[in-house]
Design a protein around this ligand. Sequence first.
Ligand code: MN
Ligand code: MG
Length: 625
Amino acid sequence: MPYRTDAQITVELRLLETTDVHGQILPVDYLTNGKDTGAGLARIATLIKQARREAENCLLFDTGDFLQGAPLIDATGQSDSGWTGPHPAIEAMNALAYDAVGLGNHEFNFGVDWLLATLSSAAFPVTCANAIRTPGQTPQHDETLVSQYLIIDRTLRDKVGRMHRLRIGVIGLLPPQITHWDRFHLENRVVSRPIEATARALVPKIRAEGADIVVALAHTGIELQAPFVSEENAALALADVPGIDAILAGHSHLVFPSSDHALIEGVDNERGRLRNVPAVMAGAHGSHLGVLDLTLHKSQEGWTVASSKAEARAVAPERPHPPVVPDPDLCALLEPAHQATSALMQKPLGHNPDGMHTYLSMVRSDPVVQLIARAQRDALYRIVPEETLNDYPVVSAASAFRTGGRGGPAHFTIIPAGPLTLRHASDIYAFPNTLCALILTGRQLWDWLERAAAYFNQVVPGVPDQPLINPFFPGHHFDVIDGLSYEIDLSTPSRYCPDGTRTSHKEHRIVNLRHEAQPIDMEQEFIVATNNFRLHGGAPYASRENIRRVYKSHFPVIEAVKGKLRVMDKAVDAQGAWRFRSLPGTSVVFETGPGLREFPEDINALCLSDLGDTDAGFARFRMEL
Ligand code: MN
Ligand code: MG
């Protein structure tokens, strides 16, 4: 009878993941008077406690983007805020006892010095292998900004109660594009390497140093790699690197396993695997807890993953279930930061003596739109090299976001005269769009404006009271290009449908198009400030992703707007960007919010006639062209 070896040694190890929390810790939306967000790390904390109770051996990780993104941390996180307590995200994560944390791209938004100072109060180790202070010949020789990788020792209990010491290698990775997105902060200070190549070079080293298993804290999404695609979302490529036992992914703000990643080659939503490597991705803004259960077997060769199970647990499961209750201990811990944030949100940024609104953004060159456009222009230095900015004329494309329509007669931006606060910044710019820039010719700008002009119906000269707005065209698609001046000739049919397809019409609605008072040179190149949403196209605009010179960034346009509000002391002069071409004897009718009546000077300036309210509660006005 052969000598009987020990029964199989089996350890169950549970990896918990949060990612892309972006400061959504308490269940409070500071931009809408404290409404419950229905999500947040305080709710995830309840799931963490539960998941820890269920499992013998549990490790908690975060995959990055934990230091930027919501008032609770952005308002208090800066040294000029008056908040002197610990950074609220670090405080929360210390309390939850994370085992290790990886950096995300947004960790660099406030600069390297700020990041390192903020991390100095973390009770958890931080890793990032491809944000490099001093590059070496190979990744093994790089000097990284924070720990290149970690090997954490844990004593884990097996199925029959015996204890085993395991060495868990942890490697943090993030999109190498940080050096573009935060060029302003990182130029001459940090360089990056591609995710997959870095891991290929370092995982054998981590193994050689005795790691029994290796976990990647991968701040990167799951996307099929086409040859020309950047390595921003490289989780699948990472899964091909030998020696990685588990991938905790992030960055794309999606959920894995889930239908978010259906039908991608190499993605197994059933088993929760990427090219056969166990993986999980926990959404964003405190939406999910990633739970990755590994069954580890010990053999002569060491520890291996025998099986796995991945699950992203939502804090707000499908209705009728209410979201899980926020953890009271964490909420109590952050109460001082919450109070400080609430106060900061009311704090004046700048002062506007005239008030602003978007009630007339569809019929005139509008101060709110111009404010956004100029905020974008002012912030371009963050994403475009100075010499490039000097070489081209700069223009900026922007739209109003709250323009009635399907949002209803109250869906307009209204900034009363007086102090401006952070809340007003979010009223003006309620979307998380990021700043981008393109280099386009005068002819391409002309085309951009022709597409925007599909907002309006064609009118017949000499006929009164014709409907102005094409109801199929959402108001927030109506881009104005600040830096140019032009007229819109409504007697001409539109070259574009609201969905961006061409009509059969060859005429131009945009006439008298000028730059610095001179007719625009169609071949001249311009830098256009815009946002990531426009860059990706979408009705009625063309995608610009594949043009030669694009400057993408993760710099939120709302930050640029805030910067503009801080230095504001008088209303934006919006005169002269665009107007309708004069058509004597012709008038149009449009609907706006009844709140316009509180701005009689604006009604008078455009010689509008009040035609009363519609059944839906919109106010109708006549304008002579
Ligand atoms: Mn993120
Ligand atoms: Mg990210």
